[in-house]
Write a protein that binds this ligand. Structure first.
Ligand SMILES: [Fe+2]
Ligand SMILES: [Fe+2]
Ligand SMILES: [Fe+2]
Ligand SMILES: [Fe+2]
Length: 403
């Protein structure tokens, strides 16, 4: 399938940055600024286009491990305090690196995320020093350190104090080579101005090299699986939700003898179906009691947010539709569009039925996990109320009855 990784990553980068809005209360654009600075440094060092492309992806995803709910518990203080607290927990490096284990980078970079908080003098989380630290990790670490220490959204005004900081930390935080490259870049006004919230999207797009590698479905799936782990990690109640759904989709696809291409697309849809939940606050996702109307409205946005995000990714058009429909109901009472049966296709129906079945088999803040019989009783009640496709539900019953 023609799939453009730039296109996909820039679509989801917005959502990853919205996690920061949820956690920290303001649109920080942290990952995008790290990506921009890293690309500029990589270009100055004349790295190859594939390496530059990889460092852009790595920088956008460098804090992907920070979506883990447990890292955010008991955070207090200002926005900057909270970011620094999360960044100061090495778990986000370990989890983030692990999440990207299978990611099909172009140049096979190893453990860049694991070591993105190392310091040149060995005073980082893992005590690596100098050339022991992977070079791309050193670049990201420099950009990250500056964005955590200064307000780079208004970098132009702060530029002399930032330059002094880099000069002072040459040989301690940063390698002499990297510090020198940065100082050279810092001479240009354009470098600083591109970091503003107004400019960052456009500047990142302009700077990222285009790649037109043909990804096969298995490679695309490794990318979407990575995101399913990030999504599942957000709440302790959904730790295995997307993973469980994709396994069940695989079984149903097998039962229906669906072709490989359609099966892979359905698996990708399962991986990403709750992508929009990345932007729903954990205060709502983990709330033990019933939701207020306003809170439910926030939840109801998630299929629409994912559809908006994915529909412009080449090759993902149908996937975006199924995901957008995964909370629609046959009688028109679902969300976000209140579609009726005639407008809901088979793949959307299958995703919707299995999503409910999968959720019922999991623990929730307000109830225990159900066994197959209990879950089917609930699902069948929904069939009687004309909410779900009866044939698909009875097929699900047949396929999973022994589980
Ligand atoms: Fe970090
Ligand atoms: Fe960071
Ligand atoms: Fe959902
Ligand atoms: Fe779901």
């Amino acid at each position: 399938m023609k799939f453009n990784l730039n296109e996909f990553l820039s679509a989801v980068a917005n959502l990853l940055d919205i996690i920061e809005i949820d956690l920290f209360g303001i649109p920080t654009n942290h990952s995008k600024r790290i990506a921009f600075i890293s690309i500029r440094i990589a270009k100055a060092l004349q790295l190859s286009d594939p390496e530059i492309f990889d460092i852009a992806s790595l920088a956008l995803l460098h804090d992907n491990g920070a979506s883990l709910k447990v890292l955010h518990d008991n955070l207090a203080g200002t926005t900057k305090d909270k970011i620094n607290l999360i960044e100061s927990r090495k778990e986000h490096c370990i989890i983030g690196d692990d999440n990207l284990e299978q990611f099909p980078f172009l140049t096979n970079p190893r453990h860049i995320i694991l070591y993105h908080h190392e310091k040149y003098d060995g005073s980082g989380f893992f005590g690596l020093k100098q050339s022991e630290i992977p070079f791309l990790a050193q670049i990201i670490a420099l950009a990250d350190t500056l964005d955590l220490t200064f307000d780079l959204r208004i970098a132009f005004e702060n530029r002399s104090v930032i330059q002094t900081f880099v000069a002072e930390h040459k040989n301690s935080f940063f390698s002499p080579e990297l510090a020198d490259v940065f100082m050279k870049l810092a001479e240009s006004h354009d470098f600083w101005n591109n970091l503003s919230n107004e400019r960052i999207d456009a500047s990142l797009k302009e700077e990222t090299p285009h790649q037109d590698k043909d990804f096969d479905m298995t490679e695309i799936r490794t990318i979407t699986k990575t995101f399913s782990r990030i999504i599942d990690a957000k709440s302790k109640f959904t730790q295995e939700h997307s993973l469980g759904l994709s396994k069940k989709i695989a079984k149903m696809a097998d039962y229906y003898h669906l072709d490989v291409f359609l099966t892979q697309k359905l698996l990708i849809a399962a991986d990403l179906h709750d992508l929009g939940k990345l932007v729903v606050s954990n205060k709502i996702l983990d709330k033990p009691g019933s939701l207020t109307e306003e809170e439910f409205l926030q939840i109801k946005k998630h299929p629409w947010i994912a559809r908006e995000c994915l529909q412009h990714v080449n090759g993902f058009e149908e996937i975006a539709i199924w995901i957008g429909n995964h909370h629609e109901k046959m009688d028109g009472s679902g969300y976000p569009n209140g579609l009726c049966a005639k407008d809901i296709d088979f793949s959307s129906r299958l995703l919707a039925c299995l999503d409910i079945y999968q959720a019922l088999r999991e623990l929730r803040p307000y109830r225990n996990a159900m066994d197959h019989v209990g879950a089917m009783a609930e699902v069948n009640r929904m069939v009687e109320a004309h909410l779900l496709d009866p044939k698909i539900v009875s097929d699900i019953d047949f396929v999973f009855q022994a589980t």
